[in-house]
Write a new protein. Sequence first.
Length: 121
Amino acid sequence: MSNELNQTEIQPARFRIDRLRQARQERGWSQRELARQCGLGEAQVNKYEKGHNDPSATYLAVMSEALGVSADYLLGLTDNPRGELGDALKPEQRKLLDALDEGDSPTALAIVSDILRQQKK
């Protein structure tokens, strides 16, 4: 068996500073607000957006959750802001998850009721 690396070696993911900035701006947040939401210093968020530092896995997860995007999206592993799962969901499933994410219980319950009614048919 050869010790040579396979020609299709997986390349390491690169943190996408453009996507971090875009997701932050789409929420209407300043760097200060993102830092506050994530328990970071404003200077640290600035370093991430300028590419001077990459976030740890912990802060990548915290920022992606706060911004409503997947960590895979911020790492450039998918072009879907919600990640690969977002591609696999049916529209009504996506609406249900969005309602739950927004804390909109009445809408979530209505969607579940509709889904259950459709399954009985």
